[in-house]
Design a protein around this ligand. Sequence first.
Ligand code: APR
Ligand code: ZN
Length: 250
Amino acid sequence: MGDTAASLLRDARKVVVFTGAGISAESGVPTFRDALTGLWARFDAETLATPRAFRDDPALVWGWYEWRRGQVRRTRPNAGHEAVAAIEARAPHCTLVTQNVDDLHERAGSAAPVHLHGSLFAPRCSFCGLPASFVDDLPADGSHKVEPPMCERCGSAVRPGVVWFGEALPEVALAAAVEAASACDLLLSVGTSAMVYPAAEIPQVAARLGATVIQVNPRETPLDAIADVNLRGPAATVLPELVRAAWGPE
Ligand code: APR
Ligand code: ZN
């Protein structure tokens, strides 16, 4: 384990943990861009993850997200999620910013992740925005259509509470992420390919303003160029080791 990374984390006063799909990979939740296993290798983002896709075929898109929600419900947080919750408990100040739409950080004990791309567990009306509830868990299989519920207030179709390609990020979440990244002295990036903007700007903001950047990823990403420390390995192994090296056993 990089002792440097451990001492940097231990000595940091304001920490941002920035996570992507890779932290949920070892829970069995597919990433997006990993070859063969990534969602975009098997499904077409353009026909599933855009406002137009939902307008054209709400049942196909709703069915696909219900399949993804069912997948998440059948998984459990892994040691990487738990290590992030430990960092939040041990660092003087810590803000968790995630691109993930699963609820594994919450189920691992993170109190208030900033969800830059929304959540599978926050459906809302596609017209008036009224938060909606799920119908009983339909066993969607990712390929068959499921009619979305109708809004109780205006009767429009309920949509997944996630940010689609071409949509703006939730203003409150983005402002919170930028504020935390601007004020931190260390940003720990875990399990993201750092390719999707504006979310991928968050580590850049921290680095530009002088924060130390540590990256955890088994592969190289564009963040290698700005990271002070690159920990090459899977999050569920590297993060618990990093927390133990920084603060000792629980
Ligand atoms: N531990 C840590 N990192 C891992 C692991 C692991 N066990 N397994 C894979 N990774 C890394 C991959 O090397 C890759 O760099 O996780 C990253 C996953 O990258 P993506 O699939 O692109 O996921 P992400 O970066 O979260 O995508 C950002 O793109 O499609 C949109 O909205 C979607 O939020 C998503 C955004
Ligand atoms: Zn409505």
